[in-house]
Structure formats: structure tokens, C-alpha cells
Design a protein around this ligand. Sequence first.
Ligand code: ZN
Length: 325
Amino acid sequence: MPRPKAPAAPRCPRCGYDQSGAIATFTESCPTTGTCSECGLHFRWRDVFFPDRERIRGFFEHARGFWPSLWAVPRTAWLVARPWAFWKRVQLHMKPRLGRAAVWVLAALLATVLLRGTLGSVDFLMASANPSSGFVTRYWMPLDPSNLGVWEWVWACPPFDARTWYAGGMGLVMWWTDGWVPIVLLATPIWALSFALLPQTRRRAKVKAAHIARAFIYSCAWLSMLLLPWIFQYLVRLAEFAATNTPFPSLFEWARYDPHWLFDVFPLAIAVWLWLAIWWLFAIRRGFRLQHPTAVWFALWVINGLAAMGIWVLAYLIQIRAVIG
Ligand SMILES: [Zn+2]
């Protein structure tokens, strides 16, 4: 088999170690697989020689041109929402394009904000036209389209309900300290940092910083997931209005939740926290292909749990101080 034309310096997909030494030992033929002498990764030589050979359809990092990229925004979201699928497709030898990854996170957030704002505006306009119907904005909003404060709330998209928004002050302190905001906000970098600093990953597996950065950037996607309950809620209320003449199926009664649900966002906090844990589990197992992935993941999980508890205690101290002050 003729030796394929190799790029300047073929490197290990995981740690970036120069493989020219190993290649120099190929004499008559080129083996199909190899092992990195630095980090122990088993790889296929074709992935080392031609890292851009494979492109994932619909993956934002691999999309070319404006329209394919635009279409890749929701398709990548569908991948990211399922960490097991994402890390099965996105493999070590696919060079991380961190700029594009960051653009995707922002594009997904922008798309969700626009969708939520549009649905919120429709909900608000229909509520002001039909004050007796069960729209989201009906209960605690001045139903006056000329009131700019309401538009501010509908579009500024704060993930808390209008009562908190209007109460301000102590209400906002409590919203922050009661819950999930500081915990999941800090859990996101803590997962990446603790992974990067763990001896198992740093000294033995030597995972390149770019791979960790890629996992971190996509893990920020929960910022858009945060808005999904709102979108769901608006859609349910609008569907309910569209079906005024037919009774709303009792099956969906649970979906008519009050926005207060979002004031007590503890379930959302747990969901996002768990999603982060699952995201890193599959990143470590399928993405970075570490040895003993579950043990590594569990160590990180414990670090995160302790950090979350610390943040929780701190948040309550802030709240107690605010009450006393
Ligand atoms: Zn290596």
C-alpha cells in the first residue's frame, strides 16, 4: 500500500503528540491503526492523516456557507441536547473549531430569545384583546400595549416571573440566592476546570486544551434550554385559546402551570445540573475516550457537588445579610 500524502506533522488526535517518529518506522506498508506513545490513545491512521476526511451533516462546526450554517443551528442543538449522540459523532480527530462553536452557542441563544419574545408578544397582545382568557400575561400584567414596561418584560426575557421582576430589590436577591442561578452558572466552568486539572486527564491522558474548550463551549447551551419551558408554556396557552370551543383535554391540565412554576425554579436547576453531568460523562467516555471514564467522571461529579453545596451556603449567607441589612 503506498504511503498516503501526509500533512506537515501528523499528530495524535487527543494529546497532539507528533507521530512522525512512528511513521518513520513504516517501511513497506502502513498499518491501519496505531497507539500514541505519549497518551496511549488507540487511533486509526487515516484519522491522523486526514483529520478533515469526515464531515458531520448538520453540525455547525462543519457547515459551509450561510444557509447551511443557519440550518445547522437547530440540527446542532438537537445533537447537543443528546450528549450521547453528540459525543458519538464528534470525535477526537475532528479538529475543534472553537470560534464556530461559540458562534453556534450565541446563535442558538438568539434564536430561542427571538422565538420566546415573539410568542410572548402574541400572548400579550391576545391577552389584552381577550382579558378573560387564560393567557400567560393575563394574571399579573397591566394589559396595556402602550405600557413599555410590559414590552420590556416580554422581550428582555428574564428567566423569572413578572412579580419578581416588578418587585425588584429583595425579590431579585432572593431569586438569585434561592436557587439555581449561581449554582448552574458556576457549575458550567467548574466541570471544565476540574476536568482540565485532574491528574488523570492532565498527566496521563493529556487531553488537548482545545478539546476541553470545545466541551465547555457547547455545555453553555443550557442558557437557551432555560427558555424552553417559557416557549412550551406560551404554546400551551395559545393552543388552549385556539381550542376554546372544545374542552382542553384533561390529559394536558398539568401543562397549564402557573408562571409561578418559574419562580420556584428548583426543578429546572436540577435538570440543568444533571444535563451538565451527563454531558461531561459522555464527553469523557465517548468524546475523549479516557481510561476508567466512569471513575474520572465520578471524581468530577463529587467536586461539583461540593462546589454546589458551597455556593448554596454562600447564597444563603448573602440572603441572610440582605435581610438583616
Ligand atoms: Zn496522544
